[in-house]
Structures are given as structure tokens and as C-alpha cells.
Design a protein around this ligand. Structure first.
Ligand SMILES: Cc1ncc(COP(=O)(O)O)c(C=O)c1O
Length: 434
């Protein structure tokens, strides 16, 4: 502030007074809400000395309850808790029978886990560009489908879905599996209601957290039973929770991705707070967004259904990459930053393994095996025609170069919200002046 009480227009990055000096809260949504409820449920598991979900001295059935609540939330027939989102992706694609000779369509703006799930199963990722929703483009998807296409891995990126209903129709017409990767968010029907299978992560950055954790939902009994066997040791379990290798249909190979009762207890307590957490972020985000929308020169992400936005991120684009960089640096200097290690505000160039060409193991077609599998598999020889380097997906490249991201914490005060919006107004008022 100046001595007459007016806000200084000199940018903090140029020596002016910053809008705020107090760090903003960390962006980790569910973590801010951890309290007595989590402690109570976790303590019950500890006191019962029964941390394994399938049997124990005094089983508390935390994971069973968690799955039940998610089935109800999403109106899905089955829910299966697992140890993380990365394994959930692998398990679902494995349940769908994805393997050598198959292509899985994956957007170029995603998380590295989406690609690794495909490659570890011996299939080939086919990259699809995004549109202004920052999710998979329907047009580019149609152009990329071919006789080897087996499944579409649709990612509800950065908290809001794109044209998932159209993609669902397309998958149905072409007889393809649809796997929905839900960062969170909903659109009329909740996110996770569209895909043949859908997955969630409960890692620390997610809307609810158990530190590590994930969940799969689906309606099809066979897919569920395959996923169940694969998530465990390759077999079903009987009513006593013991492995049951008797059914030849479910004598498979397991990845050991069960959820423990301790994680189940945490995730259950957080699930019961999820609507509150999401509402807090969504409200804060749209209050900030309303003010940013009035600033000429900021092009905000197209969110098709604001009521379905889960709120953790605001994505925007500027006219040039240089401007995006300058604005982010100046906004951070105004105090839009959190404690050391948090993200707060950054350019999309700094959004690492969310961009296809930053996944060097993909660009260079790396393998875990000495044999070079899956790239060396004869049924995958067609991959020689596929290039994963930068330039493959022009819209992704465009947003990567000019984009910026603001994280929205789940515990922002009115003052925090005002400061964030004021910082953008102040910075853009100077840097975007005609
Ligand atoms: C889109 C997406 N898919 C999958 C995952 C993997 O989840 P996890 O960290 O639980 O393995 C993440 C995690 O950030 C993600 O953002």
C-alpha cells in the first residue's frame, strides 16, 4: 500500500510492495482436513490388531465400507480399493485383456502413469491431442483410431472433464474399452460414471488422501473378477478371505496391490469429507476465476460444466510463452506462493511428466526387459511408424509453451482469495497493457 492507502502499482518483481508476504496454504487438498475422524478410524484398526483387509482377529472392514460408499456415490455395481492410481490403471487395462499388438489411445497431456500402464502390459500407446478443455480431443481421437485400437484411456485432467460423453459414444460405436482416469470432478453424472472402468488416486495431491491409495469402479462382473484377481495374487478369495484358486477363469497373475485396513480407514474418513473439500475448492476457484475472466489477455480453460469442476487447478493461456513466464514470475513475487516445496503458480512448461514429450522413456521407447519388450515384440512392429517426440501433438505443444497453472488450496480465506485475484489484476494491469 502507498501512504494514501492506495495499492502500489509498482510490481513487487521491480521493487514495489507485494500484495502479500504470508505464504498461501499448501495445495494438497485432503491433507488440510485430516483430523479426529481419520484418527478415530485408524485407531480402531490399530486397537483391533487387524490391519489386513481379508482376515484378522477383529476385522473392522474399513476397506469394505470404503468400497461400499464409492459404489453408492457413483451408482456402480463394483468398487475395488487398491494401493495407488498407477496400479489401478495397470489392473484395469490388464482386466480388459490389453497386450502385444494392441494400441491404447492416451492424451498427450496426462500423467506418466497412463503411459507406463500401457507399456508394462506390452501394448503400444497411441497419443491423442487435447482441445481447449485440456482433455482428449474428440476429432483427433477419431483420426487416430485404427484396427489395432483396443482401449481409450480418457483422463479427466486437472480436475475437470472434457467431452467424455462423446468419447463414450465413440468407444461404444467402435467396440472399444473405455477406461476413465479420474483426477476428480463431475459433469452432470459424476466423473467415474462413464467408463467401462474408472480409477481414482488417493495420493497426497488428490482431493482426498490416504497417503497412498486408489480405487477402481465398474459394472461388469467379469471385468471386476479379473481386476480383483489381478490386484491380489491372481486368484479369487473365498468367504473366509482365503485365496481360492479353484475357478479356471480366474487363475491369472497378480500384482499385489491390495489396500490395507489402515489406508482404508484413512480413505474412508476422507471420503466422508470429500463433498466439503471439493465444494471449498470449487467455490474459491470460481471466485478467483470470475475476476481473472475480466482481465483481457488471460485465456482461461474451457470448463464445460462449472458445477462439475472439482476445483484444484486453474489453467490459463497467454499470447506468448515469454508473457506466461513473466506473469507467473511477477505473480509469485506479489506473494502468490506457498511454503517451500509447494507449487502455487507455475508455467505449464514446468509441469514435467504431464506432457508426452517429457516422458523420455516414451520418446526413446525404453524397456524394462533386456529383450526390449514391448517394442521388440513382433506384434508391435508397427510402432516403428509412431513418433513420440515433441511436435507430434500441436495443441499440446501450444498449451505447454503458453500456459500457466494456479493451484487452489482447499482452505483459502476470503483474504487469500482476494490477494490471489488482486495479484493477477496488478501484474496483468502492467504487463498486459496495450
Ligand atoms: C491423471 C493421473 N493418473 C494416475 C495417477 C497415479 O496415481 P498414484 O500417484 O496414486 O499412483 C495420477 C497421480 O498423480 C494422475 O494425476
Amino acid at each position: 500500500m502507498t501512504t494514501d492507502g492506495k495499492q502500489s502499482t509498482a510490481l513487487a518483481i521491480n521493487g514495489g510492495t507485494p500484495i502479500r508476504t504470508e505464504p498461501l496454504p499448501w495445495e494438497l487438498p485432503g491433507a488440510h482436513w485430516i483430523g479426529d475422524e481419520e484418527l478415530d478410524l485408524v485407531s480402531r484398526v490399530v486397537r483391533a490388531q487387524s490391519p489386513f483387509r481379508y482376515y484378522g482377529a477383529d476385522l473392522q472392514h474399513m476397506v469394505d465400507q470404503l468400497e461400499g460408499e464409492w459404489q453408492t456415490r457413483l451408482s456402480r455395481k463394483h468398487a475395488l480399493a487398491v494401493n495407488c492410481g498407477t496400479q489401478a490403471l495397470h489392473i484395469c487395462l490388464a482386466a480388459m485383456g490389453v497386450g502385444p499388438g494392441d494400441e491404447v489411445l492416451v492424451p498427450g497431456y496426462m500423467w506418466v502413469s497412463c503411459i507406463s500402464a500401457v507399456v508394462r502390459l506390452g501394448a503400444i500407446p497411441r497419443l491423442v491431442d487435447i482441445d481447449d478443455t485440456f482433455c482428449m480431443s474428440v476429432t483427433d481421437l477419431e483420426a487416430k483410431l485404427n484396427s489395432r485400437s483396443k482401449a481409450i484411456l480418457y483422463v479427466n485432467m486437472s480436475g475437470a472433464p472434457g467431452h467424455i460423453d462423446q468419447i463414450k459414444d465413440l468407444a461404444k460405436q467402435r467396440g472399444l474399452w473405455l477406461l476413465e482416469d479420474c483426477c476428480a470432478g463431475s459433469r452432470g453424472q459424476p466423473c467415474g460414471a462413464f467408463g467401462d472402468m474408472a480409477i481414482f488416486s488417493f495420493q497426497l495431491n488428490k482431493n482426498l488422501t490416504s497417503g497412498e491409495g486408489g480405487l477402481i469402479v465398474c459394472d461388469d462382473d467379469h471385468l471386476y473378477k479379473r481386476a480383483f484377481a489381478i490386484h491380489d495374487l491372481g486368484f479369487s478369495r473365498n468367504a473366509a478371505g482365503r485365496l481360492d484358486p479353484s475357478d479356471p477363469n480366474y487363475q491369472l497373475w497378480g500384482v499385489g496391490a491390495r489396500m490395507s485396513e489402515l489406508s482404508g480407514a484413512m480413505a474412508l474418513a476422507q471420503t466422508r469429507k470429500l463433498d466439503q473439500i471439493t465444494a471449498a475448492m470449487r467455490t474459491a476457484k470460481w471466485r478467483i476465476r470470475e475476476r481473472l475472466a475480466a482481465i483481457p489477455g488471460i485465456d482461461l480453460r474451457n470448463v464445460l460444466d462449472p458445477s462439475g469442476d472439482s476445483g484444484p487447478f486453474m489453467l490459463m493461456r497467454f499470447q506468448t510463452g515469454a508473457l506466461a513466464q513473466q506473469i507467473v514470475e511477477a505473480v509469485r513475487a506479489e506473494g502468490v506462493r506457498g511454503p517451500e516445496g509447494s507449487l502455487a503458480c507455475l508455467t505449464l512448461k514446468d509441469w514435467g511428466l504431464h506432457w508426452y514429450f517429457n516422458v523420455q522413456s516414451l520418446v526413446h521407447k525404453r524397456s524394462i526387459a533386456d529383450s526390449g519388450f514391448p517394442w521388440s515384440h513382433p506384434d508391435n512392429a508397427f510402432h516403428a511408424q509412431i513418433d513420440y517426440s515433441r511436435g507430434t501433438l500441436p495443441v499440446c505443444d501450444h498449451y505447454h509453451d503458453r500456459g500457466a497453472l494456479l493451484t487452489v488450496a482447499s482452505r483459502l480465506s476470503d483474504q487469500d482469495i482476494d490477494d490471489i485475484a488482486s495479484a493477477f489484476e496488478k501484474v496483468c494491469g502492467v504487463l498486459l497493457m496495450p
